[in-house]
Design a protein around this ligand. Structure first.
Ligand code: GCW
Length: 645
């Protein structure tokens, strides 16, 4: 691909500068096949010379055992840097590791270091539609312009997709689902008569070791096949899926598989036929199995038509109640895809208990890189620290979430925006997701340093950038919904504050604030019993108002405003303090960015400045609405006498 194909698109973490250390060197690649060819092409593109007496050598060991399908080992001795892999994908990951190391890869001696991914599949899900959807736009919850795959219902030129594949490969991503899990009419046809478009996209990803997956409608046999039913136990339905899947693999031999959102927010599913979600998932798994494909079956199943008066239904309980009894019933190539929290990608949630409840099922944990609930790429909010906390959380004894999950999946934040992600600093989230999926124990702030080095160069004001981004997730939390209670966003688009916006709706996301207190009682003793879904010690820790961590207090308990937190403040004073401090902190972020003036591309500088101005405005709005709301409800004045409306 020539670079002019992508004129005007930001190179993100792969600008020419990032290849400087490789540029002047002699490189040898011992290996055959498309991915080894990609490594050779990348070396040449970087400016290196291919030569046998090389100082950077990539070599296949021909021995599959120790490094697996994607791992590599890197060492340096006698002036030669050596990257060994058992399979060609390992060479490619090794190449991008050398890019990250830069000059350090060619300095002194390096003992052998092995790098093997923690997760076998590291996947991004796009929520892209073929055309602009009347309510959701083209990319559902997309804040970076239109789809990179389609425009006005037709396939786009794929130059940008090739560049995207390369960027993703450099972070370690190896799978992408290209269309929305809410599968509308036109998109359903990607499975059958429009599969050629999927094949073209797959061809763009293939040279970078990334397999393409497709979101499909559970009702496809009816909608596309003209059958009277989509009942998973009906022989004609099974035959339809087998035949259809066979045709997909004829078009795309390395097709990854299907993603399914079933019986969720209006999507069709097995419940419609009185069947279980294991029946549903196994139907598709069976069709994919002969070809080595997998089905990602989402656990995001809950009643979105709840009566707000009904205090016995708790949305947090839904996924566990539906899926835990099915553990052990899923086929080997079915993967249960579970959102990290029990509700819905909130800024702060406890870990979903489903992740520990399915020991006999393959589990993928799902994160949201697109910032639906974390500022929609208008707010700077670096999510690396949140994901790192999630992945390191010891949910089952000493076993962490990263240890329990087979895979990590996230909703992509990419669109056809010149910076890829709308907010240029949101690129760091995409980068961090890939790196953490490969190695969950990496320090998110070191990942941020990598991103800064590669993307903005080593000479920018790093301290200012850390000042803006390191705590930006906690800052966002501090000026939005307090103490884990969640939501309080404007219904529909989910941007900006609206404390009671969801309080009397069917969506199951309530805070129950009254004149005396706030929070959701999810205890076994007096509430919905959700705490009982956790293994020990968490079932006891969360049950106890004394032991429950402050940041999750209102997720698990309804408490009076005068309740004293572990940090010594009352709940009401904490709300006031954090909201004043959070909005102030955003002003400081805004000031810090000015230090980058002249150090980064002027257009990028302006784009970030503009967004930080909006973040300052929005954080003040959040502060004032939340503080005013709770002041009016409780009648308790701010101990520090600050302005509340
Ligand atoms: O967070 C919610 C979003 C929906 C989304 C749904 C899901 C694709 O508001 O837009 O639908 O989650 O994860 O399926």
């Amino acid at each position: 691909m020539s670079t002019d194909e992508l004129a005007g698109v930001h190179p993100a973490w792969l600008p020419p500068r990032a290849f400087r250390a490789i540029a002047a060197r002699r490189v040898a690649v011992h290996g055959t096949g498309p991915l080894a060819d990609t490594v050779r092409e990348e070396a040449v593109r970087a400016g290196a010379t291919l030569a046998e007496d090389a100082e950077l050598v990539f070599k296949l060991t021909g021995d599959r055992a120790p490094l697996g399908d994607e791992g590599f080992a890197i060492s340096r001795a006698g002036g030669v840097t050596l990257v060994l892999a058992d399979a060609p994908a390992g060479l490619l990951h090794g190449f991008f590791h050398v890019v990250r190391l830069g000059e350090a890869a060619f300095t002194g001696e390096r003992p052998v270091e092995r790098h093997v991914p923690a997760m076998r599949r590291r996947m991004l899900d796009h929520w892209d539609n073929l055309d602009v959807h009347p309510v959701m736009g083209q990319v559902e919850r997309g804040y970076s312009g239109g789809s990179i795959f389609w425009e006005a219902g037709a396939q786009r030129d794929l130059a940008r997709v090739r560049a995207y594949a390369r960027l993703l490969a450099a972070t370690g991503i190896n799978a992408v689902a290209i269309n929305n899990v809410n599968v509308h009419r036109a998109e359903a046809h990607l499975l059958t008569d429009r599969v050629g478009e999927v094949a073209a996209v797959a061809a763009a990803f293939r040279p970078y070791g990334i397999r393409v997956h497709l979101s499909v409608s559970f009702a496809s046999p009816v909608v596309l096949g003209g059958l009277p039913t989509a009942d998973p136990l009906d022989p004609a339905v099974r035959a339809w899926w087998a035949e259809t899947t066979w045709r997909v693999y004829e078009a795309i031999p390395d097709f990854g598989g299907y993603v399914v959102k079933a019986d969720s927010e209006g999507q069709p599913g097995p419940f419609g036929y009185g069947r279980s979600h294991a029946d549903g998932a196994n139907l598709l798994a069976e069709a994919l199995e002969p070809f080595g494909g997998v089905v990602h079956w989402r656990a995001f199943v809950y009643n979105h038509r709840q009566d707000w008066r009904d205090r016995s239904t708790d949305r947090a309980r839904a996924a566990y109640d539906h899926f835990a009894p099915l553990d052990g019933q899923f086929r080997d190539n079915a993967i249960l895809q579970v959102k990290y929290g029990p509700i819905d990608f909130q800024t702060r949630e406890p870990i979903s208990p489903v992740i520990a409840a399915m020991p006999a099922t393959n589990v993928a944990v799902e994160l949201q890189v697109t910032q639906e609930y974390t500022g929609q790429q208008r707010h700077a909010c670096y999510l690396g620290p949140m994901w790192s906390e999630v992945l390191r959380f010891p949910l089952a004894g000493h076993v962490t979430v990263a240890g329990l999950a087979e895979e990590l999946v996230a909703v992509s934040n990419v669109g056809d925006d010149p910076y890829w992600t709308g907010h240029p600093l949101a690129q760091a989230n995409l980068y961090a997701f890939g790196r953490l999926a490969w190695e969950p124990s990496l320090d998110p702030l070191s990942i941020l340093d990598e991103w800064v080095d590669l993307t903005l160069g080593p000479d920018v004001d790093r301290e200012a950038l850390h000042g803006i981004l390191d705590d930006s997730w906690r800052t966002y939390e501090s000026y939005t919904a307090p103490l884990g209670v969640g939501f309080m966003v404007r219904p529909g688009h989910h941007y900006g504050p609206d404390v009671d916006g969801y309080e009397y709706t069917p969506w199951g996301t309530y805070h129950f604030a009254d004149r005396d207190g706030v929070g959701v009682d999810r205890t076994r003793a007096t509430g919905t019993g959700f705490t009982g879904q956790y293994p020990k010690p968490w079932s006891d820790v969360y049950e106890s108002v004394e032991r429950c961590p402050d940041e999750l207090l209102l997720f698990f308990h309804h408490v009076p405003y005068g309740h004293v937190l572990h940090n010594g403040a009352t709940v009401i004073q904490h709300i006031y303090d954090t909201h004043f401090a959070g909005a102030e902190r955003v002003e400081e972020m805004r000031r810090l960015w000015d230090r980058l003036d002249g150090q980064v591309d002027p257009a990028l500088f302006e784009r970030v400045r503009e967004r930080l101005d909006e973040q300052v405005r929005s954080a003040a709005e959040w502060r004032d609405q939340i503080n005013t709301y709770f002041h009016r409800k409780s009648g308790v004045p701010d101990a520090k006498g600050r302005r509340i409306y």
